[in-house]
Design a protein around this ligand. Structure first.
Ligand SMILES: [Zn+2]
Length: 427
């Protein structure tokens, strides 16, 4: 049991004004990765490094790509094997059409108890909260056993270069648990959907639209592929059912394109076409099994379409080569993540959320991928994704964060770490 006065000591050191000020300063830095416009994560990373320097934390600034640094902040709180990571990204997505915004996307304007701006919700508010939480723990002087590492990483929104670099340099090696600071509206997310993305390329033969028999049309194969993918989804939904945290698995053809390149023209029958499919998985599905099914689908449809063409050509007494090909390549393969409810980091998050909100914590899953996906997939680090901010708001216009929820988040982060790193009697 952690004494109430210890908890109070930590919470008293959370400074709401500092949290709001730091969030605003970060939001005012345009950190969209846009080489043409000359913006990147650089200035946001520098701002964080400068702040951490003032608090006398150990700082490493590492260039992941030109203009795209990671900042790794370490605080050895006390001797112990546990090493808790907090992760927050510095990049934000584009504001899109600025004329659609009612607020300056980089103004950090406060109206009532909301701060508006790109990244206020995803995830600069939560990034500031994790920083302020670590400072509060340090200032409180409470005895802890272990180390806190804060990974302030670049490129979460695109290729996740930041977290991959962090892992490549060995920073993740001794980490025993991680809190991924993302807008989850106070929910404790212990699982994330997996992603498997593939491209089907259908190669037929191009011809004049008035002389289709001089070529080999890709369209029948495309229709069958879309239908086949739907059947695979139906099978997954029927067999695997609904995950309590993640919902249904899905097989979504997102790009259906013929011709595959060049300008489409009504009187030209394309020689090549493609279907891109975005598959999101739940923990009971096997990615290697799905890959096999996707390859089988390509082979079967190729055979069916070729034999349909043979039958048709016999009827017309036509000599044509039936060399239609369907190929499948895999573009992304990210597994599901699943942290046990009994894991010490989940227990800590549960206790902290209960303590601060006075409510029963709600568990959920993350529908997309985060930097946590790599920590779990490559290093098997148990992860919890949590933070303030409405879950629908990221990447929208007029992005906002509720300031009271943000303050609550900093408190939850601080005492999650307190619980996780509290000296245990068995050690
Ligand atoms: Zn994010």
């Amino acid at each position: 049991m952690i004494p109430d006065e210890t908890i109070e000591k930590v919470l008293n050191e959370i400074d709401p004004d500092e949290l709001i000020k730091l969030t605003a300063e970060l939001v005012r830095i345009n950190s969209v990765w846009d080489p043409a416009a000359g913006t990147s994560e650089q200035l946001a990373a520098e701002k964080v490094a400068q702040w951490a320097h003032t608090q006398e934390f150990e700082i490493l600034q590492e260039e992941v790509a030109p203009g795209r640094p990671n900042v790794v902040i370490t605080w050895p709180a006390g001797s112990g094997d546990r090493k808790l990571m907090f992760e927050g990204h510095t990049d934000v997505v584009t504001p899109g059409d600025v004329s659609e915004w009612s607020y300056d996307p980089f103004g950090a304007e406060i109206v009532g108890r909301r701060m508006y701006g790109r990244g206020a919700n995803d995830t600069k508010g939560n990034l500031a909260a994790m920083l302020v939480a670590m400072k509060a723990l340090k200032k409180s002087g409470v005895k802890l056993a272990g180390t806190i590492v804060e990974g302030v990483l670049c490129d979460e929104e695109d290729q996740m270069l930041g977290v991959r670099d962090f892992i490549d340099r060995g920073h993740a090696d001794a980490i025993t648990a991680a809190v991924i600071c993302e807008p989850q509206d106070g929910l404790i997310c212990i699982s994330q959907k997996g992603a498997l993305r593939a491209r089907y390329t259908v190669s037929g033969r191009m011809s004049h639209g008035a002389m289709p028999l001089a070529g080999l049309n890709c369209a029948p194969a495309m229709a069958r592929l879309i239908d086949g993918l739907h059947k695979l989804e139906l099978e997954a939904v029927t067999k695997m059912g609904h995950d309590r945290y993640l919902g249904w698995p899905s097989f979504t053809p997102t790009v259906i394109q013929a011709p595959m390149a060049g300008t489409p023209q009504l009187n030209v029958m394309p020689g090549r076409a493609q279907v891109l499919v975005d598959i999101r998985t739940i923990p009971t599905q096997s990615h290697s099994q799905i890959k096999n099914n996707l390859k089988t689908l390509a082979n079967e449809i190729e055979k069916q379409v070729c034999s349909d063409y043979e039958r048709y050509d016999r009827k017309l007494d036509l000599k044509r080569t039936h060399d239609l090909k369907i190929e499948v390549e895999f573009l992304t393969d990210r597994p599901c993540t699943m942290t046990d409810r009994d894991d010490p980091i989940v227990q800590a998050a549960d206790w902290a959320t209960r303590n601060i909100t006075g409510k029963e914590p709600i568990y959920a899953g993350v529908p997309g991928a985060t930097d946590g996906t790599y920590l779990w997939a490559l290093k098997r680090i148990p992860i919890v994704t949590m933070g303030g901010g409405d879950r629908q708001v990221p990447h929208q216009v007029n992005e906002w964060i509720d300031l009271d929820q943000l303050i609550e988040t900093a408190k939850i982060y601080a005492i999650t770490a307190l619980h996780y790193l509290y000296p245990r009697t068995d050690t």
